[in-house]
Design a protein around this ligand. Structure first.
Ligand code: UT7
Length: 335
């Protein structure tokens, strides 16, 4: 058995900045409300056809591959996490294989929303552990802006999300004390509809049903979130799954050098920080600049923290996520 480690990181966000004041011009909201409840000051939106979930993922991946020092022809597998794929099918993993000109390696798409990158890293880690693959590209990318209800009706959800992508190249680590030490994954489908987008889906409402009804009040194709319920579950599950990872490795919260929480809401991150008694230097947040980018939020934040020199060799880095499903998870890394 081997360990895996992150050999290269990259992220990409569209240039177009959308401030809270910009949103206030189309939605009945305010900079004050958004900042107070979420910490978000601005987010990025793709303009026109300049990018898709896949092209953003490819841009982030190119940087991660370059920084890893691993030739793209040495990549053995692709994992792509998103809730906003370019097509209903096929998923974006194969589009990355094509656009990056990779060998005909396997590609899998992860549908775990905010926990998607954590699930993706865990999946890649298992393949590397067993020796089946040596180098794996893991991408988290989201294009939310085209699918939000930009009316006052949708304001509770729409002000939160932003577009962007992050990527990591995982490679084999021979030292058992370094790299990914463990990952911990959970789900609770009982609450599936509390944070969901049910149409189009073959289950309840397909595209043809939407077209047939032609109902201007139809909200089934917009994301729905029971915000307070999700918030309450998030703070509990984040705490549990971080502790689960630390306990498994005989570590304590004070051992954490850098916690990268999924950027769901700054208030959630602050709650966790306080609960574990962590300093500002031990937690990285950038939701203020990018909003909630679901599967992309952890790789964007991880890359930015690394670029700023906040993650050093030997550091204990913890990734943690919670979101739609509900799904949640953590990854414990010795850098
Ligand atoms: O990433 C996946 C996981 N996601 C999360 O963890 C998100 C968890 N939830 C949250 O972050 C928060 O619940 C939200 C930020 C989404 C909402 O904050 P909240 O404090 O739970 O607000 P609320 O939905 O309870 O709404 C409070 C009030 C309502 O007005 P009334 O009924 O009190 O008059 C809303 O209509 O705020 C109103 N409101 C807004 N007002 C201005 C809701 N959205 C907005 C808005 N601007 N954008």
């Amino acid at each position: 058995m081997y360990n895996s480690k992150i050999a290269g990181l990259g992220f990409y966000v569209p240039e177009h900045v959308v401030t809270n004041d910009d949103l206030s011009k189309v939605i009945d909201t305010s900079d004050e409300w958004i900042q107070e409840r979420t910490g978000i000051m601005e987010r990025r939106y793709v303009e026109g056809d300049e990018d898709t979930t896949t092209t953003m993922g490819v841009k982030a991946a190119r940087i991660a591959i370059e920084r890893s020092g691993i030739d793209k022809d040495e990549i053995d597998f692709i994992v792509f996490a998103t809730l906003s794929p370019d097509y209903y099918f096929p998923g974006p993993g194969v589009l990355v294989q094509r656009d990056l000109g990779l060998r005909t390696v396997g590609a899998v798409d992860v549908r775990n929303q905010c926990s998607g990158f954590v699930y993706g890293i865990s999946l890649a880690d298992q393949y590397i552990k067993t020796g089946m693959y040596k180098n794996i590209l893991v991408i988290g990318s989201e294009l939310h802006s085209k699918g939000l209800d930009m009316t006052t009706r949708g304001r509770g959800v729409s002000v939160i999300f932003g577009d962007g992508a992050g990527a990591a190249v995982l490679t084999r680590e021979e030292n058992p004390e370094k790299g990914i030490l463990s990952s911990h994954l959970h789900s609770e489908g009982q609450h599936a509809e509390e944070l969901s987008l049910i149409a189009p889906g073959m289950g309840k409402r397909w595209v043809l049903d939407i077209l047939k009804d032609n109902d201007p009040e139809d909200t089934s194709y917009y994301p729905y979130m029971n915000g307070q319920f999700v918030f309450k579950n998030a703070v509990v599950r984040f705490s549990e799954v971080i502790m689960e990872g630390l306990t498994k490795n005989h570590l304590q919260p004070s051992d954490i050098d850098m916690l990268i929480p999924h950027q769901a809401n700054l208030r959630i991150s602050q709650f966790i920080q306080k609960k574990f008694g962590l300093s500002d230097d031990q937690v990285y947040n950038n939701i203020m600049k990018y909003g909630n980018t679901t599967a992309a939020s952890i790789p964007i934040a991880l890359t930015e923290a690394w670029e700023k020199g906040k993650i050093k060799d030997g550091d204990l880095v913890v990734l943690a996520a919670f979101g739609s499903g509900f799904t949640w998870g953590s990854v414990i890394i010795r850098w």
